[in-house]
Design a protein around this ligand. Structure first.
Ligand SMILES: CC(C)(COP(=O)(O)OP(=O)(O)OC[C@H]1O[C@@H](n2cnc3c(N)ncnc32)[C@H](O)[C@@H]1OP(=O)(O)O)[C@@H](O)C(=O)NCCC(=O)NCCS
Length: 267
């Protein structure tokens, strides 16, 4: 008779060492990034799985700021010696149910197609698992993490948008680029933080070019930027400055307002 007992509870600060050990066994760089994330972003919304009171897995999700009940999955790892026994699916299903009970409308997860030195696709199991839970690829960015290593963003619809959506109101805010910053986990990709204001001149290709020049100065390989799809004054300046539209995350901000992703490749 199998008497093992499985439980899932919210993550506590004292779980951190065990969690980082589990992640390190899969990938050391991920463990470093995860530690930074937990320290900077906190551990609320993070859960651990226990098998006979031993911590064997972690997963979690965070609400995406300024969005209508949109969530983003965070670090999901099962202890290597317990992988492929159904625990990952159980933990993720628990998390999805939690998000549904918090009124979640859509969940996104960001997955790399990294292949390690031994030719192993590190995240292939995760990708299969997400797909089997109903996640669908909405955006793929080639060479995102590094040359040859893509990012796929998968979305899971929890509440389908009503078939008769009220028409989305277009906006033409003044965009102000604030700061060039390196995109986490990438080799040499950069992005800009931006803000909107209601005074001042319109956003133009020359504003974008100032940003691209700054990216040249730090020898960035790619500049990535995203805007809500109802901003009707950003596409033309971005295209004029040499950016391309990569795709969009559907209903990211709210039903009918997507997140449009653009890139500019420097090298
Ligand atoms: C992804 C992960 C959490 C899945 O946990 P798990 O307990 O091993 O998964 P499960 O046993 O619940 O399997 C669920 C599904 O995953 C897939 N899967 C599991 N192991 C797999 C493997 N080695 N190769 C391919 N698919 C696999 C299968 O589709 C399986 O579905 P099935 O039950 O229909 O066969 C775990 O493999 C892991 O920690 N991987 C490394 C970390 C990682 O990739 N995290 C996600 C980053 S985005």
């Amino acid at each position: 008779m199998n008497s093992e007992s499985i439980s899932i509870r919210q993550m506590l600060d004292e779980d951190l060492d065990k969690i980082l050990k589990i992640i390190t066994a899969h990938d050391e760089d991920d463990a470093e990034e995860a530690q930074r994330d937990y320290q900077e972003g906190g551990i609320s919304g993070q859960y651990v799985m226990l098998l006979d009171n031993q911590l064997i897995g972690v997963s979690g999700a965070k609400r995406v700021e300024a969005c209508d009940n949109t969530f983003k999955l965070s670090w999901t790892y099962i202890d290597k010696k317990h992988c492929n026994q159904g625990y990952g699916r159980q933990l993720l299903q628990y998390l999805v149910d939690e998000i549904i009970s918090c009124n979640g409308r859509k969940i996104f997860v960001y997955v790399s197609d990294y292949i390690d030195e031994d030719g192993i696709a590190l995240y292939a199991a995760a990708l299969k698992l997400y797909q089997s839970l109903g996640f669908e690829t909405e955006l793929k960015i080639a060479d995102y993490y590094d040359r040859g290593e893509s990012l796929s963003v998968l979305g899971l619809v929890l509440k389908p948008a009503p078939s008769e959506l009220p028409s989305v109101i277009s906006e033409s805010p003044k965009i102000v680029f604030k700061q060039l910053y390196p995109v986490a986990e990438t080799e040499n990709s950069y992005s800009f933080s931006w803000d909107t204001k209601f005074l001042g001149k319109s956003f133009s290709a020359s504003d974008v070019k100032i940003g691209v020049d700054a990216a040249h100065d730090v020898e960035a390989s790619m500049v990535l930027i995203s805007f809500p799809s109802n901003f009707d004054n950003v596409t033309m300046p971005l295209f004029e400055a040499g950016f391309s539209l990569l795709g969009q995350l559907k209903d990211y901000y709210e039903d009918g307002i997507h997140e449009d992703h653009y890139s500019f490749r420097l090298y």
